[in-house]
Design a protein around this ligand. Structure first.
Ligand code: OAD
Length: 356
């Protein structure tokens, strides 16, 4: 396991002790995981704290859709390739490793992750105890699911085709998580004000220039929806012909597509069935740990309540407590902090020799 140099958290000792006691008695545990789990690995979240930027200023909800793939598969593959490169450049953090270890030590533990970044498998989280609800960026399937059905798992090639190589401006296209936090936020109105001031000071020497994409991307923040919607522009075409995109090797007729759930798509039937079985069988659930998710996307947003109905106590780990909803004081726990610090601390009692 990777050695953590992260600082110790400031958690309430009594709450942690109470959680530890329940954890040690729990036979069946569910974890609901979201983008905040991977934030300390440098991957941007989708919303709120840690949301890192818009790819080429486009909103992901415009590009990661079946309609976008039908209209311009090159653009969707360029966006997916960008996400794949970010994930390949990141490493699992201590929370991924701690959850993987919990899975090895508690057979009744199941992690339901919304993340497609492959960091939990890379932390060697046992596959049978990890349900990747939204798929995985490194799996692909034939876009003609009904007639062909080809699926390829664990393809880490980059670029997938020469046309999908990182473009020179890719570095500038998205602001990374940390840069976004450091950058001052500015609205279009403020940028125009700065330009006016520069014109006054520099006179004829002032060179008019559009704000950098990175300046605009830094504007994206959970508390400024109006700015975000102003920045979501209609995507420019990729101009990549379908022949230059990943082809299905089985039917040799159709394109491959990423095996992830796009906006507007339902979860795969086998995943839904597996989760339904877990929440509908006769066995109680003792503990549900919800980590780094804003709880805005269903069905994952409802899992804690389903676990509660089966008797579970709920623990939430989030950097931003304002994202924590429907908690029951006295029974539930809210642990505010970075998942990479808080999760290993919470799981310490079952980590054995790893806790040292
Ligand atoms: P969101 O981006 O909606 O929420 C991330 C949550 O993590 C927020 O509540 C943050 O406060 C919290 N957070 C950020 N940094 C953290 C840290 N270091 N430690 C702990 N918490 C932190 O991400 P999800 O809830 O995962 O779906 O989003 C759900 C789905 O929405 C995604 O899987 C994706 C997206 O549409 C698809 O792509 C289908």
């Amino acid at each position: 396991m990777a050695v953590s140099t992260l600082p110790a958290s400031n958690l309430d000792e009594a709450a942690v002790a109470d959680f530890h006691e329940t954890l040690l008695q729990s036979k069946r545990i569910v974890a609901v995981l979201g983008a905040g789990l991977s934030a300390a690995s440098g991957l941007p979240t989708y919303r709120g704290v840690g949301s890192g930027g818009l790819w080429r200023n486009y909103d992901a909800t415009q590009i990661a859709t079946p309609a976008a793939f039908r209209h311009d598969p090159g653009l969707v593959w360029q966006y997916t390739s960008h996400l794949r490169r970010l994930a390949l450049g990141a490493a699992p953090n201590p929370a991924h490793y701690a959850l993987a270890e919990l899975a090895r030590r508690v057979p009744g533990f199941m992690a339901l992750t919304q993340n497609v970044d492959n960091l939990s498998p890379r932390a060697e989280h046992p596959a049978a105890q990890l349900n990747q609800l939204h798929g995985n960026l490194f799996d692909m399937r034939c876009s003609d699911e009904a007639n062909c059905g080809y699926i390829e798992r664990g393809n880490f090639k980059d670029p997938l085709t020469p046309a999908l190589a990182a473009s020179p401006e890719e570095q500038d296209a998205t602001v990374s998580n940390n840069e976004s936090v450091k950058r001052p936020k500015a609205t279009a109105w403020l940028l125009e004000g700065i330009a006016r001031k520069n014109r006054q000071i520099l006179g004829h020497d002032y060179q008019e220039a559009a704000p950098l994409r990175t300046d605009q991307a830094a504007l994206k923040s959970g508390d400024d929806e109006s700015t975000e919607s102003r920045l979501a522009v209609v995507p420019e075409p990729s101009n990549i012909p379908p022949a230059d995109l990943p082809q299905c090797p089985k039917c040799s007729t159709n394109l491959l597509r990423p095996n992830i759930v796009w906006f507007g798509e339902a979860l795969p039937a086998d995943i839904v069935a597996e989760v339904d079985n877990m929440f509908n069988d006769s066995q109680p659930i003792d503990l549900c740990i919800v980590i780094g998710t804003s709880g805005s996307v269903w069905p994952a947003a409802g899992f804690a309540d389903l676990a509660r109905k089966k008797g579970a106590r709920i623990a939430v780990v989030n950097l931003d407590v304002s994202d924590v909803k429907n908690m029951r004081p006295g029974t539930d726990w809210v642990f505010a902090g970075d998942a990479a610090v808080v999760v290993p601390e919470l799981l310490k009692p079952v980590m054995g020799s790893l806790s040292g």
